[in-house]
Design a binder for this molecule. Structure first.
Ligand code: SF4
Length: 115
């Protein structure tokens, strides 16, 4: 009888179908969530453009006291350990603490000087 072979073949086919479906569902969406969550995949129009950033991340920026112009000239994002300079073709850097664009002359209360 081919019952066992038939069962294994069907089980493999079903597994492939379920995995394919899970992958399809996982990759669905309008892309808006990914852009809002990363803050990096969305190219901001300026370093003040937070349109691609989630409300949670905007709140985090505020909680950390981020400002676009440092009140302490010697302490700014551009010479902070947590600053990530702009990539090629980008005008704004980012910060390791939160998502979204960061001004090189910005500042927050977590400033950590480069030694
Ligand atoms: S930790 Fe603060 S000062 Fe340092 S890069 Fe991030 S926002 Fe700028």
């Amino acid at each position: 009888m081919n019952t066992r072979r038939h069962f294994i073949k069907n089980a493999l086919g079903l597994s492939s179908l379920l995995l394919g479906g899970a992958f399809f569902i996982g990759s669905c969406g309008n892309g808006e969530k990914a852009a809002k969550d990363t803050g990096k995949s969305h190219k901001p129009a300026s370093c003040s453009d937070l349109s691609g950033i989630s409300e949670e991340e905007i709140e985090k920026r505020k909680r950390l006291g981020y400002v676009e112009e440092t009140p302490i000239p010697d302490n700014k994002c551009g010479n902070c350990k947590l600053y990530l300079p702009p990539g090629e073709g980008e005008s704004c850097g980012t910060c390791s603490l939160f998502k979204g664009p960061v001004e090189e002359n910005g500042y927050c209360t977590y400033y950590a000087p480069l030694s």
